[in-house]
Design a protein around this ligand. Structure first.
Ligand code: CAA
Length: 258
């Protein structure tokens, strides 16, 4: 499929989506959000793809936020719709994808950009990356899940401070707060993400998809995560991967989950 704002590439069983609006610091306009939805959906339905890496083009930005020029004249109704559509199409969609998604944060991740990185299953940053939720400087609050996911990752007090001050934090601070798992030089960013992706891709994709569902249940209102775990654990016993994994262990060989 041809896209105007993103580039999708594949290497073996790992896919990479690059948000490609460098002149606008990869800001998320409506079309980019639709394209990202389509790409994530296609890759998720492709059984040969085991991991997706999401990054921004060039070396300045992952994503500098939602595209401000698109909503500057919105009123209350359109504002609510913007957040609702975005959350449905992209942010909740990515968080609940069966295929693991790693955010490779290669520069500014601000507003909707940090919210997108937080919707991914985990994050790796380059040392030049800067992260923040500056929406209150625009008279807004984060609308793509930031008020919910930031406290989940860094704790309520730090999230309150980051959102109220609208400050950008460094990659190193983000690591100390638990927002990103690793900080490496820009040159090492994609190689490290690929290395992690390869490690993930050797494991059972059905078990990983169950793990994503179960871990996410911990953060959903009205869902009992322990019950979800029992169900998903039981479900694993009915998979080919379970047979292969346990047989390989007993035969003292490495499992082949392909
Ligand atoms: N929306 C639209 N355009 C954006 C943008 C955004 N979020 N971020 C950057 N751009 C554009 C700039 O307007 C500029 O375009 P022109 O060359 O056509 O003028 C281009 O990208 C380059 O940006 P700058 O010249 O500003 O670059 P800089 O190096 O001086 O500053 C920056 C970099 C600090 C990241 C600055 O661009 C900035 O503050 N961007 C906005 C960050 C922001 O407020 N993000 C939150 C958006 S609101 C949101 O995301 C709501 C939500 O939760 C749903």
């Amino acid at each position: 499929m041809d896209y105007n704002n993103i580039i999708v590439s594949e290497e073996g069983n790992i896919a990479m989506i690059t948000i490609n609006r460098p002149k606008k610091l990869n800001a998320l306009n409506k079309e980019t959000i639709s394209e990202l939805h389509a790409a994530f959906n296609d890759l998720n339905e492709d059984d040969s793809i085991r991991v997706i890496i999401l990054t921004g083009s060039e070396d300045k930005a992952f994503v500098a936020g939602a595209d401000i020029s698109e909503f500057a004249d919105f009123g209350v109704k359109k504002g609510s719709k913007l957040a609702q559509r975005g959350q449905e199409l992209l942010f909740d969609f990515v968080e609940n994808l069966s295929t693991p998604v790693i955010a490779a944060i290669n520069g500014y991740a601000l507003g909707g950009g940090l919210e997108l990185a937080m919707a991914c299953h985990f994050r790796v940053a380059s040392s030049n990356a800067k992260m923040g939720l500056p929406e209150v400087t625009l008279g807004l609050i984060p609308g793509y899940g930031g008020t919910q996911r930031l406290p989940q990752l860094v704790g309520k007090g730090k999230a309150m401070e980051m959102i109220m001050t609208a400050s950008m934090i460094t990659a190193e601070d983000a690591k100390n707060f638990g927002l990103v798992n690793y900080v490496v030089s820009q040159d090492e960013l994609i190689p490290l993400c690929k290395k992690l992706a390869i490690k993930i891709s050797r494991n059972s994709s059905t078990a990983i998809s169950s793990a994503i569902k179960t871990i996410n249940a911990n953060f959903k209102d009205g869902v009992n995560g322990f019950e979800k775990e029992i169900k998903q654990f039981g479900k694993c016993f009915g998979t080919d991967d379970f047979i292969e994994g346990t047989t390989a262990f007993l035969e003292k060989r490495k499992p082949d989950f392909n």
